[in-house]
Design a protein around this ligand. Sequence first.
Ligand code: CA
Length: 674
Amino acid sequence: MKFQGFLSRTSRFVLCLTASYALPLYAAPQTDTASVTRAALDPSLVDDRGANAHFVEQEAENAVTDGTIIGPARTAYTLPAEASGRAAVKLLPGQYVEFTLPEAANAITVRYSIPDSPTGGGITAPLDVSVNGRSLVTMTLTSQYSWLYNQYPFSNDPNAGLLFPDQYITECGCVPSATTPPPIITKPFRPNHFYDEQRLLLDHRYRPGDKIRLTAPASSNAAWTVIDLLDSELVGPTEHGDEPAVNVQRFGADPTGQRDSADAFDTAIAFAKQWHRAVYLPPGTYQVNRHILVDNVTIEGAGNWYTIVKGHQVTLSTPLPDGSVHTGVGFYGKYVADGGSSNVHLSGFAIEGDVRERIDSDQVNGIGGSLSNSTIEGLYIHHTKVGMWLDGPMSNLRIRDNIIVDQIADGINFHTGVTDSVVANNFVRNTGDDALAMWSDKIEDANNIFDHNTVQTPVLANGIALYGGTDNTISNNLVADPIREGSGLQVGSRFGAQPFSGSLWITNNTTVRSGPFELNWNIGLGAIWIYALEGSINADIEVVGNSFLDNTYNAIMLVSDFPVKDLYTITNVHFKDDRVDGTGTSVVSARVAGSASFENVDARNVGAVGVNNCGSFHFTPAGSEFTLIDLGSNDGGGTTGPWLAPWELPNTITCDDRPPVVPPPPPSPWVTPE
Ligand SMILES: [Ca+2]
């Protein structure tokens, strides 16, 4: 390696002497390989927003490679769109990407994609890992948990015809079964959920400046290997549990993962409860292929890199009362109908599921049931359907410092009457539905806080979604790269939820590369998307101190659906002290009747008219049915002038749903007098 480096420097030197005009000939590789990002942004742009993670992120597109950068591009159903920062590196067999460690590390996480098998179901393929030129290990990548196709709730078969030919699809703008001649449907139809990630403990601690090279071997069976990013981390030593904890191995649990340990877990839990002790899960991999029922118990692992509870998906011979046709690994509180659980404390282990398809009736979640007066901390949850699906009513659950990645559906969902609970400092990437959600189904979710979480690349739906509820707070979160049928932050009267009431505080969040194209509506969304579909939204909604960065379309959208546009309104929304840096189209898109107030909402790099005001589409001489209330200090704009110009106020019709998109420059520090 040193010899090669010397050669390289010599050849540069010679070129300099002989052909100084030919700089580009030897300028590559040109990248700062130690560049650390958060959600593909300079960390200084998102200071104190999102989770304080243990790892540092480096995007492959900023690293050294002899492969090909794909993207940046944001079109759904494409590989770059689902990559962090909307770009990645594509390696052909024999090619590499190399990262320079910015900090000491003994562990890495690789986010990647490899092709599906021709008939679906996935393949495995090797990825060589070397450090400073020394071969270390060959990872086995898999596409068994990625690649879904077709209409919701999706298929694993790339060759399948339309699942629902009697449903409208935007691709033909038609109902295929009712159309003559029938439209030609390209297969695979709507491929998505391309990526997966894998963690690797290295053999020892490496130093800043050491070079981690990922190589697709020349002999790889994968036609290509896309690397999105590398997270590197210095993992601490194993934790031993609070004495005198009950060691699950004493009850026959097998840390080699060979034998099923579920019954041993049950026995250890029963013993621990009898003697009022915690259960300890020592380092190892424990095979558990069903739910572990938890109530009034503490279960502590040795740390989520060391203690892994891993299961196979099991097909049930008869469906369970809850509708499940499969079961799998998960820690479940009792359902409310069975009394609910309380005083459960889970920490320091990983849950590795085996969910490869979306079946909404299946309870194959990492955490489930009802868990009042409980804590969930320091878990790593992977390949389950939903990381944590809580069915209330229940109260006082604290969810902190967890990592939830590569889910088939949501990351965390507070479903039905979850109150006085906190979701803080969690990292959620690559969910197949809303990453963090409160769904006030039948009973309001109330007095909950989602704070300082990082959400990246939900491949369907929203980063953070609120469906009804009262007095909830969404604060200090970082949300990046929503891809389709959702956006960064959604406030929606949808899914039969109870109406919003009381107040909703959306404060000090940052979104980036949000406000994507809505394929069904054929228009762009807003990074924050307030949506009156099933009822008016008139609770007090305070949107304060947020930054909406690099919005693909709009920063803010208030909208109803066309069939109900004369039924529902949005009123009582208040924007204050928000920053909008870059919109492909407008700052505000209003496609609903109602009003909102704006105070000190500053914008720059705005691509279209500041306000796209359609109201409820009657276009009468009285103006739009939507009114903007200017409370002052709303500054800045773009090529079309100030974003909130006097001529737009209070309700000038400016309706143009599909203006040209002007991609903004990358976000940069906001240096203006306050
Ligand atoms: Ca990337």
